[in-house]
Design a protein. Structure first.
Length: 759
């Protein structure tokens, strides 16, 4: 470039910067300020964050059924579980700690009762009746403590309910009547409770607290912290990328202003549609923001590159170059999100619907000013894309395109075996980081207190007091013994255990060697005692007329298919052994557990397949060239295969969050290919030779393509820092996919286009 050319370029650049500052940035900044004032006036509460337990457990039927069962046991109340690790639990000192902890929990406002070894009772024989005494006294001899330890770690109403089977942990369950309508109320309750039991510090080896309102409060706190941290780092890194790319402060300020306005618009869409930002939909902010950046960056790059005599004429040229492919890009992205909107997974459907509205909104917002400036200079029709110049990289790429094809074929070959290893198991535990207190408590429940998977089987006789007959009780005990023999089962609870416990108590058998009573008279006598005694959790096992009861199997967390195999084996045995007149009904059925995994796989296949079909048809219709449309899609296939291959090779699960990444990536990743192919087609229509058309397209588009890909990778890559593992996995997969999509757009697609346009 000569000194005169450099001078002309500097004059043009300074002129464009002034024009961007006065005609683009200032109007947008003013509109942004006005919108902020209106938002604060009419939306004082802002965007609602949703961290409810049902949202967190939405895709795991096993743990969702556990959640529902806990609420059935004690309706309209709040339960708080506290597990205390005590050095010598069955001792005078251990009893004093449990007593103190129970009394502290009762001082929390709203307390109804506390179930614990010192505050709950076991049946004790007194003549021909039962009296209820605490599971453990406050003081006893060493011999008595040894007997109490043996009894309580075997008695079905205490083992893994109030005390762990190894005597390390005492479990206290507080029941509270609290109105917890919002996050502030839940957080206040959590802090009040935690401050109250803080006095136990130093007296116990460890304490673990679990309550769904506490989980929701902590999840919302974490979500808010993640969003704040994300916004800060994303703003810094994106501003850096933009400045390196455009070398223009006004241009960077304008793009950042557009991004801020776009995020405010997306927040308004959440409010208008009545949806809260949650673990799933929160990902839309970086996705929609990244997509908007592709629109703005391509426009600003075209604006800087256009060499028209005046900035207004350059704006007209830039708009003509960018608008149509941006329309196509917006439509294809909306198509990908639209396919998610028809998903039968509610959280995925909401993601797709809100995302589609968000893309439409930011597209209209992005081109509001550009279309105004283009129309104001409608009489300027000259199209110029700057002087044609050699682009050695493009020529080298075209010359060696067979090597490019071979390289991508090798990559695909490496990814294909990983796809067969994708894990479709959905587990709610994986939604919590391993080092988080909630995860530590769940691990404790899973490893030390019987497991977190609860399967419930209704056993119905259809006859009043039918559950209190000896054949049915023997059947229940046989089922329980069979369940305990299965690998993975940690505990099984049945109504028959209450009769065994009474038989042991009646005969003074503390070591629990006796089984069911064998005579009808003894069965009838114990039935009367049970009907009149307020035993712990008795009502959870049997109805008021003893015509049906609930059998519960607890197991530790395991892969879904393994869990289904366990339950199928148990149900086969139960059906084969059931007495005449007895019917079995799995609560909500095995199909709900299997359906969790099936839904994930079905939605992944359907949404991605429909996205590919709709986007391809859309490009064919808009370009009237099925060949070019298929090449653009083909250039993104390696990115999709890499995404699935990485999931398979690394063991990242396909769950309700990661299931969305493929359709979303496809909808966004094709945008660069659309801009590149549109430029090549326009050049070819003007008679530019094949190699020169591809070279000119790469020279013109590689800067905005690199910029938008880098920004999208930053947007998604920063999600790796999220506290929720599925969101972090989404970010890792999304960023990896974007890098591969960029490689496909600048390497594979030009090579394909140079072949397609060879005639």
């Amino acid at each position: 470039m000569t000194s005169i050319d450099k001078f002309k370029f500097k004059v043009h650049s300074d002129s464009m910067n002034r024009w961007i500052a006065t005609r683009l940035f200032l109007p947008m900044a003013g509109a942004l300020l006005l919108a902020g004032l209106v938002w604060m006036q009419f939306q004082p509460k802002g965007v609602e964050l949703d961290s409810s337990a049902r949202t967190l457990l939405a895709s795991d039927p096993r743990n969702r059924e556990t959640f529902d069962k806990l609420h059935e046991l004690i309706p309209d109340t709040v339960m708080v579980l506290v597990a205390l690790e005590i050095e010598d639990l069955f001792s005078n000192d251990g009893a004093a700690i449990i007593e103190e902890a129970s009394n502290l929990m009762l001082t929390v406002p709203g307390a109804v009762e506390v179930k614990s070894l010192t505050h709950s009772g076991r049946p004790v024989r007194e003549g021909f009746s039962l009296v209820i005494e605490p599971f453990i006294p406050l003081y006893a001899s060493e011999e008595t403590w040894a007997e109490l330890e043996a009894f309580n770690t075997r008695f079905p109403l205490s083992r893994n309910v109030l005390v762990s089977s190894d005597s390390r942990y005492a479990v206290l369950v507080g029941v509270y009547e609290r109105n917890l309508p919002d996050h502030a109320a839940r957080e206040a309750f959590r802090r009040s409770f935690m401050n109250t039991i803080a006095d136990l510090e130093g007296r116990v080896l460890a304490k673990h607290v679990l309550s769904f309102p506490f989980v929701e409060a902590e999840a919302q706190n974490i979500l808010a912290e993640d969003l704040s941290r994300y916004a800060i780092w994303a703003g810094i890194l994106i501003a850096l990328v933009l400045f390196v790319t455009f070398r223009s402060v006004p241009a960077v300020l304008y793009i950042l202003a557009m991004e801020t306005a776009g995020m405010m618009l997306l927040a308004f869409i959440f409010v208008a549609l009545g949806h809260a930002v949650n673990l799933h939909t929160g990902i839309l902010f970086p996705l929609v923001g990244g997509l908007q950046l592709t629109f703005v960056a391509h426009y600003v790059a075209a604006l800087q590159r256009a060499g028209a005599p005046t900035p207004r004429q350059s704006a007209s040229i830039a708009f003509a170059e960018v608008f149509r492919p941006s329309v196509v890009a917006a439509l294809t992205t909306m198509a990908g999100l639209g396919m998610l909107a028809i998903s039968d997974l509610e959280m995925v459907s909401n993601f797709g619907r809100i995302g589609a509205f968000g893309v439409a909104g930011v597209f209209l917002l992005t081109f509001l000013l550009p279309i105004f400036h283009a129309k104001s200079c409608a009489d300027f029709t000259e199209e110029t894309n700057g002087p044609s110049a050699d682009f050695p990289f493009a020529h080298l790429l075209i010359q060696h395109r067979k090597w490019v094809f071979g390289l991508f074929a090798l990559l695909v070959s490496a990814m294909l075996p990983g796809i067969t290893r994708i894990r479709t198991d959905v587990r709610a535990m994986e939604f919590v980081a391993p080092d988080h207190p909630v995860r530590e408590t769940l691990d404790l429940l899973n490893d030390e207190l019987g497991g977190i998977n609860i399967f419930q089987l209704e056993v119905r006789t259809g006859v009043r007091y039918g559950m209190q007959t000896l054949p049915v009780l023997r059947y229940l005990e046989d089922l329980r013994a069979h369940a305990m023999s299965l690998d993975g089962v940690s505990d099984a609870y049945a109504y028959s255990q209450l009769y065994i416990a009474l038989n042991q108590i009646w005969e003074g058998d503390r070591m629990g060697e006796r089984g069911l009573p064998e005579t009808p008279a003894r069965i009838g006598f114990f039935s009367n005692l049970l009907n009149m005694s307020p035993l712990l959790f008795k009502d959870a096992f049997v109805d008021s007329q003893a015509s049906q009861s609930l059998m519960v199997i607890r197991s530790r967390d395991m892969p879904g298919q393994e869990y289904l195999g366990l339950l199928a084996e148990f149900m086969g045995y139960a059906e084969a052994k059931k007495p005449e007149g007895v019917t079995l009904n799995p609560v909500q059925g095995l199909h709900t557990i299997l359906e969790g995994d099936r839904q994930i796989v079905r939605n992944q296949t359907r949404t991605l397949g429909l996205s590919l079909l709709v986007i391809t048809l859309m490009l064919c219709g808009l370009w009237r060239s099925p060949r070019i449309a298929c090449l653009v899609i083909l250039s993104n296939i390696p990115a999709l295969l890499t995404l699935f291959g990485v999931m398979g090779w690394t063991g990242l699960p396909l769950n309700s969050v990661t299931v969305m990444v493929a359709a979303v990536l496809l909808g966004i990743a094709v945008d660069d290919g659309i801009h590149l192919a549109s430029y090549v087609r326009a050049q070819r229509q003007r008679g530019v030779p094949r190699a020169r058309a591809v070279s000119d397209a790469l020279r013109a588009k590689i800067k905005p393509m690199a910029c938008t890909s880098a920004i999208l990778s930053v947007f998604l890559g920063l999600l790796v820092l999220a506290s929720f593992p599925p969101v972090a996995h989404f970010g890792l997969l999304g960023a990896t996919g974007m890098v591969m999509a960029f490689a496909g757009a600048v390497l594979l697609l030009p090579a394909l286009l140079s072949t397609a346009f060879s005639k």
